[in-house]
Design a protein around this ligand. Structure first.
Ligand SMILES: CC(C)(COP(=O)(O)OP(=O)(O)OC[C@H]1O[C@@H](n2cnc3c(N)ncnc32)[C@H](O)[C@@H]1OP(=O)(O)O)[C@@H](O)C(=O)NCCC(=O)NCCS
Length: 224
């Protein structure tokens, strides 16, 4: 191929791709994942005035579909820039963080309250109606979902997920990767173990060991 032909075809390919894919906002945040949780992440970014650069997913059935006004694209592992993982499943979210080298962003909805003394980790999201009280320490890539409350001096490990309406009393510890189901309640100073799961509506009055699933009121280890 002659050089000028190569140049011409490259120029044509660039023009074609530019028309097919709208230019990304260089100041925007890339959202990894295009499922239900990503919808809320995108709306939280919008509410906090942060533009979305792209929404990407590794599920080819989602490519080309609309995610809150942004067309879903293929996930490229070599991607850079600012990002946030919009995946609710804790193990999957960790997998994405480990596979990608983005500059992870922390996003707080303007209708959430986070006391100024609180430490929030990278990649953590705090959704509308959530409250995080003085002295709490929240790790990296944590989800404080809609209307969840984290009282004073709680410590939340990386990749944990507090589902909507979870209430943590003061001094609670939540281990890495723990999932607390919708509407569950944890009494003061109780520890929820690493990668443990607390069922929807459960009330934890005793510690839940690592990797255990506890359900009910009071929460008891589910029979395996
Ligand atoms: C606890 C939980 C994680 C377990 O999920 P799972 O491993 O798929 O459990 P299963 O649905 O197979 O249920 C297993 C047993 O636990 C019981 N169980 C499950 N969740 C329960 C709950 N929240 N409270 C009381 N019992 C529960 C089931 O009735 C079943 O009992 P059985 O064996 O006597 O029939 C899940 O049921 C749950 O509560 N998820 C919360 C989901 C949520 O909050 N999502 C919010 C996303 S933003």
């Amino acid at each position: 191929m002659t050089p000028w032909l190569g140049l011409a075809s490259d120029a044509w390919a660039s023009a074609y791709l530019a028309a097919a894919t709208p230019a990304e906002n260089p100041d925007g945040v890339v959202v990894i994942g295009a499922g239900g949780h990503a919808k809320v992440v995108i709306s939280t970014l919008a509410a906090s005035g942060t533009p979305v650069a792209a929404v990407v997913d590794d599920d080819d059935r989602k490519w080309g579909t609309d995610a809150q006004g942004t067309r879903v694209e293929r996930l490229e592992r070599a991607r850079g820039g600012r990002g946030i993982v919009g995946i609710g499943d804790n193990a999957r979210r960790r997998e994405m963080v480990q596979a990608l080298g983005l500059d992870w962003q922390t996003v707080v909805h303007p209708a959430a309250y986070v006391h100024p003394s609180v430490k929030l980790g990278r990649g953590t999201v705090v959704f509308a109606g959530a409250v995080v009280q003085p002295g709490a320490v929240v790790g990296d890539h944590v989800i404080v979902n809609t209307g969840a409350t984290v009282d004073h001096d709680c410590v939340i490990g990386d990749f944990a997920h507090l589902a909507p309406g979870v209430h943590l009393a003061g001094g609670v510890q939540v281990g890495e990767g723990a999932f607390l189901g919708i509407g569950s309640v944890v009494c003061p100073i109780i520890r929820i173990g690493r990668w443990a799961r607390l069922g929807a509506g459960a009330v934890a009055i005793r510690d839940v060991p690592d990797e255990v699933v506890a359900v009910g009121v009071p929460a008891m280890e589910r029979k395996r």
